[in-house]
Ligand binder design. Structure first.
Ligand SMILES: [Fe+2]
Ligand SMILES: [Fe+2]
Length: 215
């Protein structure tokens, strides 16, 4: 499509984000299954429900513009999801994998925050008040999700850094493949111990990204 004016660019961004959100409705259930922490699983499931609403809001905006709701392959989201999938296939301790999943999810949220912030500005400039309102609603939810993930990371990063600790308010009993009871310090891992280093890198990335957007 040719980009002759801001309205063309707005439609272009809508299509990109529509594709991105639809990809996330497929990725989030996998991320929830890959997470060991029950709180993290819940966070991913909650955001899945929100993401389905985000898709619907975009469809409403397409309708307002009298355009068919059609996505255009979002290369960025494809890449971010690909990176998350690679992480899920790694061996490692549960807390370290969880910390990595949080980092991967926050990268997605930051991409979406940029996309919705941009689209809301375009909608405002184009005088599309209803669209602007819907985009700002989604923007607020993406920001809140990012904040919630930062909150979860504070305990999960600590666990990844200290695999022998029982830091997270009783959450050690939710270790993958384990039902009930507290796991002993030596039985809490599900693979090689080398994951410790990776956890620190991921936590730093998450914190660095949060700092970048002031979240
Ligand atoms: Fe979204
Ligand atoms: Fe999101």
């Amino acid at each position: 499509m040719s980009l002759g004016n801001l309205e063309d660019l707005f439609l272009h961004e809508l299509k990109d984000t529509y594709d991105a959100e639809k990809r996330m409705t497929k990725a989030l259930p996998k991320m929830a299954r890959a997470a060991s922490s029950e709180k993290l699983q819940q966070a991913f499931r909650k955001h899945l429900a929100q993401t389905e609403t985000h898709v619907e809001r975009l469809e409403r905006i397409f309708k307002m513009l009298n355009k068919p709701a059609r996505g255009k392959k979002c290369m960025a989201m494809t890449g971010l999801i690909e990176e998350g999938s690679e992480l899920m296939s790694e061996a490692g301790t549960e807390a370290t994998i969880d910390a990595g999943l949080i980092g991967a999810a926050q990268k997605v949220e930051h991409y979406e925050i940029a996309a919705y912030g941009t689209m809301a500005t375009y909608a405002e400039l184009l005088g599309l008040n209803e669209a602007e309102k819907l985009l700002k609603q989604t923007l607020a939810e993406e920001k809140k999700t990012d904040e919630d993930l930062t909150q979860l990371a504070s305990s999960i990063n600590f666990q990844a850094e200290n695999p022998d600790s029982h830091a997270e308010d009783g959450e050690t009993s939710s270790r993958r493949g384990r039902k009930g009871g507290r796991s002993t310090s030596n039985s809490s891992g599900r693979g090689r111990r080398g994951g410790k280093k990776d956890g620190s890198v991921f936590s730093q990335m998450g914190e660095a990204l949060s700092t970048m957007v002031g979240g």
